[in-house]
Design a binder for this molecule. Structure first.
Ligand SMILES: NC(=O)c1ccc[n+]([C@@H]2O[C@H](COP(=O)([O-])OP(=O)(O)OC[C@H]3O[C@@H](n4cnc5c(N)ncnc54)[C@H](OP(=O)(O)O)[C@@H]3O)[C@@H](O)[C@H]2O)c1
Length: 231
């Protein structure tokens, strides 16, 4: 698909993978609506529109999509990227951190999908991309809450893929391994390093999946660094 003037909505754009996605989509000529609690200072383009939105808040999400649909007739691409993790033994995990992960990683994704799918169904095309994690593919000690949210993202995505293909809508779920971003700020043990995936490389694969021919849907994209650091 040629991306010139295609309309993309990306959540969680202030940094990391979401920020890299915005940059690459803009470079390809897309119109990008970036949703988040914070903007990024270097995303200045006539084609870029930041909307302040905490995706945990259904009313904010509804108002955000109302604003977008008052400016554009259709949304071609929705990238549900915003997410975060808290780690540690389950019994030590604060209840508010558990809820924050579920509210952001899965409930926010549901809210955004719900606003976009009716119009994608009407236009008979669209692409929903959900950023999960390799934590959606296995259990990991001291990552239980985050894994649970990302397993939910996998379940939602695979179901949506089957639910939406007859409406001409693609669904792609992305499972990146450790990526060098601010994501590990809440981890006592993992610090970002150069043998992790780079956010730009994850974004590149996502953009490539968007650019594939109409009758081609990358349903699951598992991405891992080739070399695992031995510490
Ligand atoms: N880094 C990794 O190793 C890794 C691996 C696999 C999957 N992932 C997933 O990749 C996605 C992006 O993470 P990242 O690595 O790029 O981490 P990051 O650098 O911490 O970026 C996360 C982004 O999500 C935004 N965000 C968080 N809560 C939000 C909310 N309630 N409403 C709106 N925006 C919100 C953050 O914005 P503010 O905090 O500025 O509001 C930030 O822009 C997440 O879903 C994460 O689970 C990451």
């Amino acid at each position: 698909m040629v991306l010139t003037n295609k309309v993309a909505v990306v959540t969680g754009i202030s940094k990391g993978i979401g920020h890299a996605l915005c940059k690459q989509l803009l470079a390809k000529g897309a119109v990008v609506y970036g949703l988040g609690r914070n903007n990024a200072t270097d995303l200045s383009s006539d084609q870029f529109h930041f909307i302040c939105c905490d995706i945990r808040n259904l009313n904010e999400v509804k108002e955000t999509f109302r604003q977008i649909f008052s400016a554009v007739k259709h949304i071609d691409i929705l990238i549900n990227n915003a997410g975060l993790g808290y780690f540690g033994f389950l019994e030590n995990l604060a209840e508010e951190h558990w809820h924050e992960m579920f509210d952001t990683n899965i409930n926010g994704m549901f809210y955004c999908c719900k606003q976009v799918l009716p119009s994608m169904k009407k236009q008979q095309h669209g692409h929903v991309i959900n950023i999960a994690s390799t934590a959606a593919l296995e259990g990991i000690a001291q990552v239980s809450g985050y894994c649970a949210t990302k397993w939910a993202v996998k379940g939602l995505s695979e179901s949506l893929y089957k639910e939406l293909r007859d409406f001409g809508i693609k669904v792609t779920c992305v499972y990146p391994g450790s990526t060098k971003t601010d994501f590990f700020r809440n981890s006592a043990t993992v610090k970002p390093h150069n043998q992790m995936l780079m956010p730009e490389d994850v974004a590149l694969l996502v953009v490539q999946s968007i650019e594939m021919p109409d009758n081609f849907n990358s349903v699951n994209l598992e991405i891992r660094p080739l070399h695992v650091r031995k510490t």
